[in-house]
Design a protein. Structure first.
Length: 385
């Protein structure tokens, strides 16, 4: 069998989910063929069809996230864009923000830029598993007036699920807002934003939500109004110099990604119907993978121990082999796709002591089976023996 003929065993869902469900692929293709007009601009049938596609996607995402008013769901080019919008749109020189030591670069880099412009960034150290202690955040927020608390819902390195609800209570008690990076949470966990209390929650469409790349969603609480990041045509109020003031148009300048929204909506609809079954299978496979990797000689598994809930991410380091060596061998010898390195999260790797070389990350998603986990474990046993 040639390498091109070798089946890909895909353990890289935390980077992007693959293969996409047929419902998602079909929705994207239909949007390009049957809803090819410009949504919110043209009143002919193709423009109206595109507008309906966008509206249906927004409704599906709002339902999945427990959002009461779908206008509070902003469609974005991705999770990173949403986080940049909120951080740049709500923090000013002299403001103070409290963040954790395990944030992804999608948060860490915008915060570094804001710090250079005069925003005070206070970092709370997570523990050796990458878990944030709410008491430490409470101490940090009490220390000085704070505009925002920023945290991830779950880690793309350790799989840790953060106590977002507790952090929301702490932030609100002291007059701050809570901004959440939800890239690794939505699609792998039930998320009810009305109950969770986040003021902003940014999602990636192409990961757990099973949609295509280049689309995401940002929830903004009704009373949270960051400034828009991009201004331009919105299809309405075209005679005004300033942007529209209503949601979602204020935050969605430019031509919408209708095919991406269609795929996002299809992914959200699928999760509304079958999410609990998908998540149960992911937990099962993740537990088997986690327990099996602990049996590999010389292996350290990052994050919480078995029995503690995590998102379907299991990252490992070996006493002898580098992450790059392991990832290369798994791909070329067994057709197993994983991700080695720092995973765009040097803060997290610094927290758990792996910043020098990173780790190998196995991430579980739709389509993987017990047999795939068995293959991965056998490969790791052979590779590391």
């Amino acid at each position: 069998m040639t390498r091109a003929e070798q089946r890909i065993v895909y353990f890289d869902h935390a980077a992007t989910s693959w293969p996409k469900p047929p419902e998602v692929v079909d929705a994207v293709v239909r949007a390009m063929g049957e809803a090819g007009g410009n949504p919110g601009r043209s009143a002919h049938r193709l423009g109206l069809a595109a507008a309906r596609t966008i509206a249906e996607a927004r409704t599906a995402v709002a339902s999945l996230l427990g959002v009461e008013d779908e206008r509070d769901v902003i469609l974005t080019p991705g999770c990173t864009f949403g986080l940049n919008l909120v951080l740049a749109g709500s923090l000013r020189p002299g403001d103070r923000v409290v963040a954790s030591s395990v944030e992804h670069n999608a948060t860490a880099r915008p915060l570094a830029r804001l710090a250079a412009a005069g925003v005070e960034v206070s970092v709370v150290q997570a523990d050796s598993d990458g878990l944030i202690d709410p008491d430490d955040v409470d101490v940090a927020v009490r220390a000085r007036p704070t505009r925002a608390v920023v945290c991830q819902h779950a880690s793309n390195v350790t799989g840790v699920i953060q106590p977002v609800g507790d952090l929301a209570d702490i932030a609100h008690e002291h007059g701050a807002v809570l901004i959440v990076d939800g890239a690794q949470g939505v699609g792998h966990l039930p998320v009810d934003l009305t109950a969770l209390g986040a003021d902003a929650y940014s999602c990636a469409g192409h990961k757990g939500l099973l949609g295509p790349q280049g689309i995401g969603a940002l929830y903004l609480a009704p009373d949270f109004e960051p400034e828009e990041l991009v201004q331009g045509g919105s299809g309405g109020s075209s005679g005004d110099d300033g942007p529209p003031t209503g949601r979602p148009d204020r935050y969605e300048a430019g031509t919408a990604n209708t095919p991406g929204a269609a795929g996002l909506g299809a992914g959200a609809t699928l999760l509304l119907a079958t999410g609990p079954e998908i998540w149960a299978e992911e937990r099962h496979l993740t537990r088997r993978l986690h327990e099996g990797l602990l049996e590999v000689p010389g292996m350290r598994v990052l994050g919480p121990p078995p029995g503690v809930e995590r998102v379907p991410v299991v990252s490992v380091v070996h006493s002898r082999l580098s992450p790059d060596e392991m990832a290369f061998a798994l791909d070329h010898r067994w057709g197993i796709a994983v991700r080695g390195g720092l995973h765009c999260s040097p803060w997290a790797h610094g927290t758990v002591g792996t910043r020098e070389r990173g780790a190998v990350r196995f991430s579980v998603g739709l389509g993987l089976t017990d047999a795939d986990v068995d293959l991965a474990l056998a490969a790791m046993q052979e590779l590391c023996s």
